[in-house]
Design a protein around this ligand. Structure first.
Ligand SMILES: [Zn+2]
Ligand SMILES: [Zn+2]
Length: 359
């Protein structure tokens, strides 16, 4: 196949070892689109690839992480133009990376994150291939590209993973069976996802937002990003009593979103739910939890897992961002040459908010 150009791309070549090499970028075929990357988010999942842990341990080296991608359309395949009239070279786009089989019922509706076939073709996933840690990425179809016009780059770049996951979670938290829309939504874990979650909750709900974490510095930032109240669950184990003590009209806990999801946070999240609450589980820290089955119908708590999000949801939140009022959580910018340090810093907890590569 014809080579369009040669460009830099970073790979994990051994445990905790990144290598930047030149690779061929092929001329786009069929509906493919080549995007020139301008920014890429460094996500905590990428640290698992770097460490060769979690699901990434199932696949050999090299691996190509990097799934939060912002760039411009560079070269358009011969059949891609008809698929999207808006598609023009130079258009600023973000990439929906959670691409699956593209054939099953879920994928056809844009819910690639709930693909029924299990055939993941995630950009920046656990296999070698297309990724965000490089100068160019080839996307199989323009439907995976969303215009980022009107959104500042440092906000746009974090939307495909951090933004989308937190938005999906907040949206699920609002699908309540009973309508006490001015009650309380509790956000457990006020790191990067939690900070975005707080902002979405303030934007799309009328609820009082209570942020819970075990770090006072994280909670201080949560207040800055709009949390109405914050509580350190290490110093104040009875979070339920804390909520009952608040001077607000409606203290009903409508929803709890657990962005951590370890044994401790799940126990806390479950204890905060009242009859008819939504319990949204996002984090993948994991563990085991025993529950009294009889209490499931008696409490009527709706438990919903969230794994990233759909293309329609990404389009929705991009539209919300265009309206203003959502702030980026980016705190650190690096060139591609520093990808090794970017991942090591995230691994050792040195990053507050999000770091990005600027190409
Ligand atoms: Zn991610
Ligand atoms: Zn599918």
């Amino acid at each position: 196949m014809a080579v369009l150009l040669r460009a830099k791309r970073a790979s994990v070549v051994a445990k905790e070892k990144m290598k930047i090499e030149y690779v061929d970028v092929l001329k786009p075929q069929g509906t493919e689109v080549v995007v020139k990357i301008s920014h890429a988010g460094v996500c905590h999942s990428d640290v698992h690839a770097f460490e060769h842990s979690s699901v990434y341990a199932l696949y050999p080296f090299p691996q190509n992480p990097g799934h939060e991608i912002l760039g411009t359309v560079f070269s358009i395949g011969p059949e891609a133009n008809g698929a999207d009239e808006e598609l023009k070279e130079g258009t600023s786009v973000l990439v929906y990376p959670w691409i699956s089989c593209d054939e099953c019922d879920r994928c056809e509706q844009g819910w690639h994150n709930w693909c029924l076939s299990g055939k993941s073709r995630t950009i920046g996933g656990a296999r070698a291939g297309e990724c965000g840690y490089g100068e160019y990425v080839t996307v199989p179809h323009p439907k995976f590209l969303i215009s980022s016009a009107g959104i500042e780059p440092e906000l746009a770049v974090i939307l495909p993973c951090c933004g989308l996951t937190s938005y999906s979670a907040v949206k699920e938290s609002q699908s309540s069976k009973i309508s006490c829309s001015d009650g309380v939504v509790v956000i457990i874990g006020t790191g990067g996802l939690g900070l975005m979650g707080i902002q979405w909750a303030k934007k799309i709900s009328k609820q009082t937002v209570v942020g819970v974490d075990i770090s006072d510095s994280a909670l201080k930032i949560a207040t800055d990003y709009g949390a109405d109240f914050v509580v350190n669950s290490k110093n104040t184990p009875d979070v339920s009593a804390f909520i009952k003590s608040l001077d607000i009209k409606n203290k009903t806990v409508e929803a709890v979103i657990d962005f951590v999801n370890n044994v401790h946070t799940h126990k806390l999240a479950n204890s905060l739910c009242v009859r008819g609450s939504n319990l949204v589980i996002v984090g993948i820290a994991g563990g085991a939890f025993e529950t009294n089955l009889m209490m499931i119908p008696l409490r009527g708590v709706r438990i919903q897992g969230v794994f990233v999000g759909s293309i329609p949801d990404l389009k929705e939140l991009v539209e919300i961002c265009r309206g203003g009022g959502i702030r980026s959580i980016v705190t650190k910018r690096r060139p591609l040459a520093e990808i090794q340090d970017a991942l090591a810093d995230l691994q050792t907890g040195k990053i507050v908010g999000r770091s990005i590569l600027v190409l």
